[in-house]
Design a protein around this ligand. Structure first.
Ligand code: ATP
Ligand code: MG
Length: 572
């Protein structure tokens, strides 16, 4: 195992070393008991079966029961306590990963694939649990058994033992060859599992779109991934089986050699039958243990890629929460030469913009022009921009991230409703809100439909709010804003799914409720733009025009063309 993976495991298991010690102790008891049984075979055969001595029979039977009791006691200790320690460790890993994801740098989710992350948490963590369990429960115990058996065998007949030793280099060769193969395919198998989870995740999220369009490309893609997964599983199991077959064959050959030499010695009278069978019993147990041990060694190699994939999650870059507390905007927001590149695409291309505290600003632009990107910078959802963005006299990156998010509210294009009650969906905006406050917020957001739901605030909304319409989801997301009462409010087409009348009412409520606050409003509707004091027009990541609605129309520039193309909607 890789050095750093080993110390990784060590750190995880250290708090539970007391459990591991008891489990190891159990393993030692079990191994000693096995040695006892092998030892006593000689007495059973020589004293009872051949010498026909009744006292020996009583002794032997009592010994068998006592030894069996200790053997099973040891077995229980290792078979229960190792997994217990592992489950505790895995519970900690799960919690750790969950926290790491919650506090991840937002860019992590741009750079990494969701399905892959999911697969690591599910498939890889499961494989980790299984493999470590196998390793500890079997591997550690078998080491003691091997040592105990070797001592018994040497004590019984060192010459016979030397014959057995001849097989060891062959076993080692087999281990090395097949171990490397398994490591390779284990790694590939993990990647295939990740691809599989990824595509299933995609289909499930987009099932309606999949149904509405041609399914063939989805099927073809899936078949490719599914077949690849199958082929890798096939290789994986092939190398495991053939490895076991080879090892067993080596074991049988060694046994045959021992029977040959042992039989010869019995015939020539310098080995008792009891001694021979006791030795043979020991060899059978030893080969079995060695085999488990070797399989464990192969597993250790397979474990490396799994641990690597888990550690990747545990090392997700984390957001630091330190800096100046943002207490609310006093003077201005200032974008100064802001550029942003995502994967070779220039998304923001020199944004320069000054927004006065308390200003109501409209933002317009063609789709994909960078509007959402520009405003996402404010609550630090995007940090890797070039240039500077000031909130009053400090640059955004000097502020504590949590303080920015606490006082900057955003109703985004993509509404996130989680599978819980209406109440809990709203409480994320203000954890200590009373039902009365929640009801008021819902009313201001025109989300009266909630009151008609069979369980009202206690209605569970389904995954992604599946039991709500698009407009209903948007209104819940706006209700959150009334609870949160942010200092700077960003509305990114947050009312686009509402009918014109409801939208106007909601927007009126927002403007009167947040009269003194700064509001950035991304919208295509002229009626809403009219309520703002100034409009900026974004095109290809740049501000190309700004002014009031009337000024912009008079100018007959981009904005004018934009609203004449949009026709009806903009006549307002
Ligand atoms: N995570 C991302 N990875 C790659 N490209 C991105 C990412 N997010 C945004 N972009 C790209 O940045 C550009 C601007 O996106 P943005 O969401 O800011 O546009 P927008 O003006 O809000 O458009 P819309 O009106 O459609 O909401 C788009 O071309 C988009 O493809
Ligand atoms: Mg957008």
């Amino acid at each position: 195992m890789k050095e750093n993976n080993f110390s990784f495991l060590w750190k995880l298991f250290k708090p539970y070393s007391y459990l591991m010690l008891f489990a190891i102790f159990g393993g030692i008891i079990e191994s000693l008991a096995m040695a006892g049984i092998v030892f006593i075979i000689k007495n059973i055969i020589d004293d009872v079966f051949i010498a026909k001595d009744l006292t020996s029979l009583k002794f032997v039977v009592t010994a068998i029961v006592v030894i069996a009791f200790f053997k099973q006691l040891g077995f229980f200790m290792r078979d229960y306590l190792y997994p217990l320690a592992i489950f505790k460790v895995v519970r900690n890993i799960r919690a750790d990963i969950y926290n790491k994801i919650l506090n991840a740098e937002p860019s992590f989710f741009v750079d990494n694939n969701l399905g892959d992350i999911l697969s690591r948490i599910t498939n890889d963590l499961e494989a980790f649990t299984k493999t470590v369990k196998l390793l500890s429960v079997n591997l550690i115990t078998q080491i003691f058994t091997v040592v105990a058996m070797i001592i018994v065998l040497i004590y019984r007949d060192w010459q016979l033992f030397l014959i057995f030793l001849v097989s060891v280099p062959f076993l080692a060769l087999a281990l090395n060859y097949f171990g490397n193969k398994r490591k390779k395919y284990s790694q590939r198998l993990r990647e295939s599992f990740a691809e599989f989870t990824q595509i299933i995740n995609q289909i499930l999220t987009g099932i309606e779109v999949v149904k509405l369009f041609d399914k063939k490309p989805f099927i073809a893609l899936f078949q490719k991934i599914n077949n690849k997964l199958y082929h890798r599983q096939k290789k994986d199991i092939f190398y495991e089986s053939i490895y076991l077959a080879v090892v067993e064959f080596i074991g049988y050959s060694a046994t045959a050699a021992i029977v040959f030499y042992g039989g010869y010695r019995i015939i020539s009278g310098n080995l008792s039958t009891g001694e021979f069978f006791s030795f043979l019993g020991g060899v059978v147990i030893l080969i079995n243990s060695l085999q488990v041990l070797q399989r464990g060694a192969v597993q250790i190699k397979a474990l490396n890629p799994i641990i690597d994939r888990l550690r990747f999650l545990l090392m997700i870059p984390q957001e630091e929460d330190k800096g100046i507390e943002f207490k609310g905007l006093k003077e201005k927001i200032l974008y100064k030469d802001v550029y942003l590149k995502i994967k070779e695409n220039q998304i923001l291309n020199g944004i320069n913009l000054r927004i006065k505290a308390g200003e109501k600003l409209g933002i317009v632009g063609l789709t994909g022009s960078g509007k959402s990107t520009m405003v996402k910078i404010l609550p630090a959802l995007i940090k890797n921009y070039q240039g500077e963005v000031f909130l009053d006299e400090h640059e955004l990156r000097e502020y504590r991230v949590s303080s920015l998010r606490k006082r900057i509210g955003m109703v985004s294009q993509d509404v996130f409703i989680f599978n819980d009650t209406v109440r809990n969906n709203l409480l994320i905006a203000k954890p200590d809100a009373t039902d009365e406050e929640i009801i008021q917020a819902l009313k201001k957001a025109k989300a009266d439909f909630v009151f008609k739901l069979e369980k009202g605030l206690d209605t569970v909304l389904g995954e992604k709010g599946s039991r709500l319409s698009g407009g209903e989801r948007q209104r819940l997301s706006i209700a959150r804003i009334f609870l949160k009462r942010p200092n700077i409010l960003i509305i990114d087409e947050g009312t686009s799914a509402l009918d014109v009348k409801t939208e106007e009412e909601v927007i009126n409520n927002i403007f009167s409720e947040f009269e003194k606050n700064t509001i950035l409003m991304i919208t295509h509707r002229l009626k809403i733009l009219e309520k703002t004091q100034r409009i900026v027009v974004i095109d290809k990541g740049k501000i190309v025009e700004e002014g009031t609605k009337d000024e912009l129309i008079k100018k007959k520039g981009v904005f004018y063309r934009f609203i004449t193309i949009s026709g009806e909607k903009f006549k307002g």
